[in-house]
Design a protein around this ligand. Structure first.
Ligand SMILES: Nc1nc2c(c(=O)[nH]1)N[C@H]1C(S)=C(S)[C@@H](COP(=O)(O)OP(=O)(O)OC[C@H]3O[C@@H](n4cnc5c(=O)[nH]c(N)nc54)[C@H](O)[C@@H]3O)O[C@H]1N2
Ligand SMILES: Nc1nc2c(c(=O)[nH]1)N[C@H]1C(S)=C(S)[C@@H](COP(=O)(O)OP(=O)(O)OC[C@H]3O[C@@H](n4cnc5c(=O)[nH]c(N)nc54)[C@H](O)[C@@H]3O)O[C@H]1N2
Ligand code: SF4
Ligand SMILES: [Mo]
Length: 890
């Protein structure tokens, strides 16, 4: 068990290669690491780089918090009972209500092999069309846009293009935090004349790289890109020859663009941008042949998400910049295997292997290939509609795999109601307690990263192996195995007799080539990896990262698509698509005066089931927050550090206020990560209406509306205890923050408390050190056992009075507290150690105060700070923030 394995990071769509060296044994404590990780210098996505999440992967392993056994109605059972119950629920629903009463809700975080088996089992054998995935919330608008423009869901570009481009346009992408290694590659490729434009209502960390930031009105992207097309047409910027030979639809598209965005003054007005900035962008685009436009959730998660994608692609087609070195539109994929899921056909409106139900002959081809006569008839329900159908009672059995819909779907309260109403909810997850698992009738333990084997496809179509070396935690099993076992029990045995992921991969690769004729008029289906359909088990194990297609024409894969101007449409021409303006579905009103934008933070992954296990990843942001312009805060009598409440109808989001001039007045930003495992009212999705793009079905998760009010607390507290204490507290506000040496909670309440009387309760015993100042609303108590710190409570009237407690964690690691440490505890301030301030560099634990004092002492660059404090010298994720601090402080 000491070999190093080459594997792939399970987080974002960059798909970085990771070298993983397992330790000798699986440790009992999550804080002991069962191995080490490093970037794989030979992987073409990252060339050895990792971001802070990837670099902390080993800290997220271990059995602590894992789901170790199957459970039926909360009772631990063995696999044979769990599998039998799962099969029986499906059999009964199918027999009494038809195959369409069974639904699967899958995930772009499954491996391709898991995904393939799920799709085959559900659509092919159970015969239900209702198979959708969290990629609906993520990439489905980009998928729909690609299909409209290119005739297939294919990303033309590759990562190298981000480096070759002379103009990089980033639309609704905070790559510095969400695609950090790509961002580092963009940063490293900076050179004289290379320009970057960031289009985002917020000034994000990514703007650090920007020569021009366009903080547009939310939802106005199509106006901006329609205006660009008009500008190109009016200033001689169209590539007439390319349009003539390879595209159709220019006239109608230009006509509707003129209507929506007649000139740059109109664009500036509609987008709420200075006219000069709009024209600067237009001019740069016009005069830079090597332009890449990267787009992500600010484009996709919109009622006009598909249109935003096509408005961008229109401009690239109009200038002949598709699939050429350094010139292409580029959908930056979110999840590690959103692409693999799209390849196997995991979306409800697709069938399998880039075949749609509507494709002539497709159903017959797939039914024949799988050897089934039960294949679903046509498209099924998309995620938001699926959960509505569950709410209505149309679905008897829902199988949720590798996703957390109670947190991530919009209008989360209604989603919870739907889950509660569904007669049988099956949840496959690697973690025991999630908001969704709380609704499970059958809970199945899935093997996780480091334990399972298979492939994933990244944003640039590159297929890489994820390899497992650790034994699965407890009784956990790979998802494909669980489904294949259920298939056996449903009587579909022959079709699911896989010995391992290699068998599944070969079958998937063969299906991509089935009935796929490259010499056909349409050029065949572009997702074609038949060249991998005969890999031996050994070859599969050794499979090096490769970009699809892989076939006779491209036996080693293909870097770019459509560089020959031939597309996957019937006539081989790409389509420009006329785009009209559609504004966001919900508008602010008297009761909900603020626009709520939501997104990601640097160090957390989605619903935190894995990243919150690495304490250092909670240091950058440890609580849900509300970022707002200082003017909006002043209007509500709020200051930085206060708690506040966002309300939409009856839904509440409680978070800590962060003042930011990078936020447009009237708009606030909240993170998507916190959920009921950590805090009772921190769900961004509670504030999002279930409004979707009519074409893609993708929810508009970037645009809710809400009212902001102060959270009027009488007291604010921080409680730190050694592990194994109850997790929920009687306080209106609590937020759980796991630390390395202890557990901790931020707390606040409106009711009067008698701290002295209740101290034993809070601390789990009588405190030895107590300081009480009721007049000031201040209280501190510490409990020691055999000289070791066991629990500590600090109370203040104002949250700003609570000191930064980074140093306190150390006290829990200390074997015996000395006199000065005890004094420090009561003073809530470490007299001997420097209070480093809020952590900015997670790798080396460098805090804001340290940085400020280094700057005061003359450090005037990121390099100088790095030399002095080491911050920013490992993964580089904090460099934008370091620059921000330097700009602020110098
Ligand atoms: N650290 C971290 N990285 C991640 C993830 C994670 O959870 N954590 N998740 C991964 C996944 S699955 C995904 S999908 C990607 C997402 O990656 P991104 O798309 O970069 O992430 P978001 O933060 O959701 O949103 C991006 C930006 O869209 C902006 N935006 C909002 N409304 C508009 C608008 O109308 N127009 C424009 N132009 N912009 C707008 C927001 O202000 C935000 O800064 O990240 C991946 N990487
Ligand atoms: N308001 C708002 N909502 C959003 C977004 C937004 O920007 N704003 N973004 C949307 C986007 S782009 C996305 S991608 C979604 C993400 O949202 P989700 O997919 O709901 O979030 P995750 O936390 O990634 O859920 C993955 C689950 O799978 C489990 N898991 C991990 N590995 C495995 C495995 O191998 N097998 C199994 N069976 N389980 C596993 C994890 O423990 C976790 O519980 O959120 C969407 N929701
Ligand atoms: S950028 Fe970070 S999270 Fe994304 S794949 Fe690479 S190491 Fe993982
Ligand atoms: Mo995503």
């Amino acid at each position: 068990m000491t070999d190093t394995c080459r594997t792939t990071c399970p987080y974002c769509g960059v798909g970085c290669g990771v070298l993983f060296k397992p330790g000798a044994s699986r440790p009992a404590e999550a804080t002991d690491t069962p191995g080490t990780v490093a970037g794989d210098p030979d992987h073409p996505a990252n060339h050895g780089r990792l971001c802070v999440k990837g670099a902390s992967l080993h800290e997220t392993l271990g059995d602590d918090g894992r789901l170790l056994q199957p459970r039926l109605a909360g009772r631990a059972v063995d696999w044979s009972e769990a599998l039998a119950a799962t099969a029986e629920a499906i059999r009964q629903a199918r027999a009494s209500h038809g195959p369409g009463s069974v639904a699967f809700y899958l995930s772009g975080q499954l491996l391709t092999e898991d995904y393939y088996v799920a799709n085959k089992l559900a659509k092919g054998f159970i015969g239900t069309p209702h198979v959708d995935t969290n990629s609906r919330l993520c990439m489905s608008s980009a998928v729909a846009a690609h299909k409209r423009a290119f005739g297939a869901d294919a990303v033309p570009a590759c990562y190298e293009d981000l480096e070759l481009a002379d103009l990089l346009v980033l639309v609704g992408s905070n790559a510095a935090w969400n695609h950090p290694v790509l961002y580092q590659r963009m940063q490293a490729a900076a050179r004289t004349g290379r320009r970057v434009v960031v289009i985002d209502p917020r000034r994000t960390a990514t703007c650090d790289l920007a020569d021009l930031h366009l903080p547009l009105r939310p939802g106005s992207d199509t106006v901006l890109f329609n205006g660009l097309l008009v500008w190109l047409a009016d200033h001689g910027g169209l590539d007439r020859d390319y349009l003539e030979r390879h595209c159709s639809g220019l006239e109608a598209t230009l006509a509707s663009a003129r209507e929506a965005a007649p000139d740059s003054a109109s664009v500036a007005h509609q987008c709420d941008l200075p006219v000069a900035d709009v024209e600067t962008f237009y001019r740069w685009f016009q005069h830079t042949p090597r332009t890449v436009t990267g787009f992500s959730q600010g484009a996709n998660q919109s009622v006009a998400g598909t249109d935003k994608g096509n408005a961008i692609i229109n401009c690239h087609l109009a200038t002949g910049r598709v699939g050429r070195p350094g010139a292409s539109p580029f959908s930056l994929t979110g999840q590690p295997n959103a692409m693999g899921g799209r390849e196997v056909g995991g979306l409800a409106n697709t069938l399998a292997a880039h075949l749609d139900y509507q494709t002539p002959g497709a159903r017959e081809l797939v039914a024949d290939f799988w050897g089934t006569d039960a294949l679903a008839d046509g498209p099924g329900l998309k995620a938001v509609d699926l959960f509505e159908a569950i709410h209505r009672g149309d679905i008897q059995v829902l199988w949720v795999m590798a996703t957390n819909p109670a947190v991530s779907l919009p209008d989360s309260e209604r989603v919870r109601e739907a889950l509660a109403r569904c007669p049988t909810v099956i949840v496959s997850d690697c973690v025991a307690n999630t908001d969704t698992a709380a609704f499970a009738d059958i809970l199945l333990p899935a093997a996780g990263w480091g334990e399972k084997d298979g492939t994933v496809t990244n944003s640039e179509r590159r297929i890489s192996r994820q390899r497992g070396l650790l034994p699965p935690a407890g009784d956990a099993r790979p998802d494909w195995w669980i489904m294949a076992e259920v298939a056996q029990r449903l009587g579909y045995g022959e079709a699911f007799r896989y010995r391992g992921p290699a068998d599944i991969f070969r079958e998937h690769a063969a299906l991509s080539g089935a009935g796929n004729d490259p010499s056909a008029a349409t050029g065949g289906r572009c997702f074609d990896i038949r060249g991998l359909s005969e890999l031996s088990d050994r070859d599969y194990d050794r499979l090096a990262p490769v970009q699809w297609p892989v076939n006779d024409a491209f036996p080693r894969g293909r870097q770019r698509l459509f560089d020959d101007g031939r597309f996957c449409t019937d006539d081989g021409r790409a389509r420009l698509v006329p785009i009209q303006t559609v504004w966001p579905g919900s508008r602010p009103d008297r009761h909900h005066p603020l626009v709520v934008n939501s997104g990601r933070i640097r160090d957390q992954w989605h619903t935190m089931t894995r990243t919150a296990r690495a304490p250092r990843l909670l240091q950058h942001r440890s609580e849900p927050f509300i970022e707002a312009h200082p003017r909006d805060l002043a209007r509500h009598q709020l200051v930085d550090g206060d708690l506040a409440v966002l309300t939409r109808q009856r839904q509440r989001f409680v978070g800590r206020v962060r003042a930011s001039r990078g936020q447009r007045p009237g708009e606030v930003f909240v993170p998507i990560h916190w959920n009921r495992q950590f805090t009772p009212a921190g769900l961004a999705s509670a504030l999002m209406p279930a409004v979707t793009d009519p074409l893609s079905g993708q929810p508009e998760s970037k645009h809710g509306v809400a009212a902001l009010t102060p959270f009027r607390a009488r007291w604010h507290a921080r409680l730190l205890v050694r592990r194994d204490r109850p997790r929920r507290w009687r306080a209106e506000y609590w937020c759980h923050v796991p630390l390395a040496g202890c557990d901790s909670w931020w707390l606040a309440g409106t009711d009067p408390r008698h701290w002295l009387d209740d101290a034993d309760d809070w601390l789990g015993g009588t405190p030895q050190l107590v300081m009480s100042d009721p007049a000031e609303g201040r209280f501190r108590a510490a409990r020691l056992v055999d000289g070791r710190l066991e629990a500590m409570l600090l109370v203040e009237r104002q949250p700003q009075g609570l000191p930064d407690l980074g140093w306190l964690e150390q006290c829990f690691l200390s074997e015996a507290l000395g006199e000065s440490e005890r004094r420090a505890l009561l003073a809530a301030r470490d007299v001997a150690r420097e209070d480093v301030g809020a952590i900015v560099c997670s790798c080396f634990q460098v805090g804001q105060r340290q940085i400020a004092s280094a700057v005061a002492d003359g450090a005037d660059s990121v390099a100088a700070l790095g030399q002095q404090l080491r911050c920013g010298t490992n993964c580089g994720s904090c460099v934008p923030e370091l620059k921000g601090l330097l700009a602020e402080l110098t």
